[in-house]
Design a protein around this ligand. Sequence first.
Ligand code: SF4
Ligand code: SF4
Length: 470
Amino acid sequence: MRLKGGYNVLLKGRPDGAVKVMPEPKVLYLRLSSQRFIFSEVCVKEGQRVDCGDVLAKDRDNYAVPLLAPRAGTVRLSTADNHIVLERITRPEEHADLDETELSHIVKEMGAAGIKRYKLLVLGAWQFFYDAYTAALPDPLGTPQAVIVSSLSLEPFVARGDAQLHNRLLNFTRGLEQLQSLLEYQPIYLVLPDIRSDFANLVRSQIRGHASVKMVEISLRYPYDNFTILARWLGLKRSEGPIWAVRTEGVLAVDRALTLTKPCTARIVSIAGIGVNSPTHVRVMPGYPIKKIRDRYVFEPAARMINGGILTGRPLGPQDLGLDTECRGITVLPELEEREFLGFMRPGWNRNCYANCFLSSLREEFGERLTSGVRGERRPCISCNFCEEVCPADIMPYLIHKYLYSDLIEQAERARVDLCVECGLCSFVCPSKIDLTRELIGAKHLIEKEKEEIRQEEEKQRRLVEESVE
Ligand code: SF4
Ligand code: SF4
């Protein structure tokens, strides 16, 4: 199968490959929710002193993944909504919060392999894993049909794979070996860029000796690093069992948890976009105060800060006080405060566009200063077909948009809205600024909810029939 669609969004504000260390914070604001997790079971009390690596809370609906304390400190539960606040921060030796009774129980039940999986979960490394098709957290005790390891981050401007790997190639190869030890015969597909840079060649030469790791090369085109797209491309079918997917930082976390038995409480995130002084990567911990990052890096007085990349990130609001546990980057765009009247009719020497409709198409490639306005005001669909051209899922977003506009949800389902991987490209290239991605995600959720309701109703009817027969 050929990789379809895709488009490289060329924008200014890309982070460099350096990784800087942020100053130690005085307070940490640990969010009790992130994109996938809700840490609803709080395990600490007001005023309690915790050590670095202690479990603060757990997500009971996600195999009890823990929210770990990245530093020692005093717990405050009522200072900020939806956050555990750590005050009077100190940085003593990290320790692993392992339950000895639980460990001996696991050894009896599952042997050494069970211990490794338990460690991945309780030391915070399992949070870096995804199911390739659903993006949910996979079952840590499950058996995958394959593992996809992606060394790429193609969305502007989440943390780059090469920045994650810098000076840590040995840890990465060790992490791959540890990952392999969790499997029997299942393959690990390592996704690399099809370029010949010195760094890419070094990674290739290090990995070549690992027989169980199959290297696959893809072109650097967004969103070819998307796990669903990769699984489809590799011919891995959803019906044949779960497919684990993990990025570079996840493999490094596996190494840390299994080789060093240390909690995974640090992250490398990008601070990028044209609202930032000097786009770069920083080494921080979950809970790091967003205000501190803003004060240090953001120079625009009116700036929109986004948790994640430009295409799939979520705007940060005043309620977000610290970095959440899944943050991969902060993108900063200057807020467009004035309406661009007839902006699309300007000659556009400085405007990057998927279409060749601006004078800029006569120039060589260049990065554009993109603001939060993206492209002026919204307009109706003009049937330009751009969204279909870039869609990596090979569906017709404009057609689904028209079905949804007319409340024809069944037709949208027949047009395979379920195949959408939520990459955001269709919204980005749409000259009419229609938020296709949001519409399609909404339709997917609605269809899934309706199917679940039908399934529950059928189950109820079946039980009623069984009871009446008895
Ligand atoms: S329809 Fe979905 S998969 Fe296709 S471009 Fe839009 S967001 Fe991406
Ligand atoms: S890109 Fe926008 S305007 Fe063009 S066909 Fe798709 S929805 Fe319509």
